[in-house]
Design a protein around this ligand. Sequence first.
Ligand code: ZN
Length: 344
Amino acid sequence: MPKLQINQVAFKFSVDSTELNTLSFRFATYRSYYPNPRLLMKILLVLFALLFSQWTVAAPVLSINQVAPGIYVHWGVQEFSDTKNHGAIANIGFIVGQRCVAVIDTGGNPEQGLALKNAIENTTSKPVCYVINTHVHPDHIYGNSAFKNTGAKFVGHEKLARAMSVRGDYYIQKAPELLGIALTAKDIIPPDILVNSELDLDLGGRTLKFTAHPAAHTDNDLSVYDPQTDTLWLSDLLFIEHLPSIDGSLKGWLAELDKLESISYTRVIPGHGPLVTDWPKSMQPEKEYLSGLLIETRAAIKRGVFLEDAVSTVGLSFKGRWKLFDEFHRKNVTRAYAELEWED
Ligand SMILES: [Zn+2]
């Protein structure tokens, strides 16, 4: 204890001045406990720098690309969500109006949500007024908590809140094991504004048009159209390169694609995969896969093929044309089988 030593030195000095030699020795010992002020300052500076570098690591800024005036996208990776990427795989981003900003999906974990928020703050001083969740899947909603106290309104399909409450407990329970992240109920934030068919929201001189789709990729898919740039943010209704995953309705999804195919768009932003500027050409592989799945699963059911056999025989000609085929295809056949089994 250095303080104790100082007292001891003072005491010895006052009691016995003949111990001066001992005193100077002890004083030297005391000095050795305390480095000189310059060294102390250096140590403090190093500690401060270390602390500061920790802060910057804890507050990263998400990389974004401006794909049209005021539309920014972070392009996700074509990977299966796991404990290495922590579920940060989807295309997410934001649209800037004259008054405020709309976030389109918040990312696969709370840290990615914060990184997106930092990217927005680096891009514009305008506040976030809307946080749109295009559907319930974890890679699109787990960053929600970053925007909780911003005053922004959360926007979703009218069936999104139900889907969140049905899956929330499971998502929270599985997040450490599947994604290597910890979630609480506070991370699952349901929408304040529900869209049941169509809705317009104004960002100031920029009105976004929302469409709540019938069951397709999920039963709560919401798309966003920006008339100003003729951009459709289709999210997971469109997969490019990454195999589409069915969690809603195969027939419903094909019906939505039929409708969308007849409309022209300058650009379309998929939920997974690169920007589309040749709509509807780039959508054809998805349509072919889903159509093929429908035809082959239907035929297998008609032939009396059991589900266990169907998952390893249906749609195999599509293997090699898609990334993550092995991760999603069997599940897709299972969903298709369940949907088509009682058709007749
Ligand atoms: Zn999805």
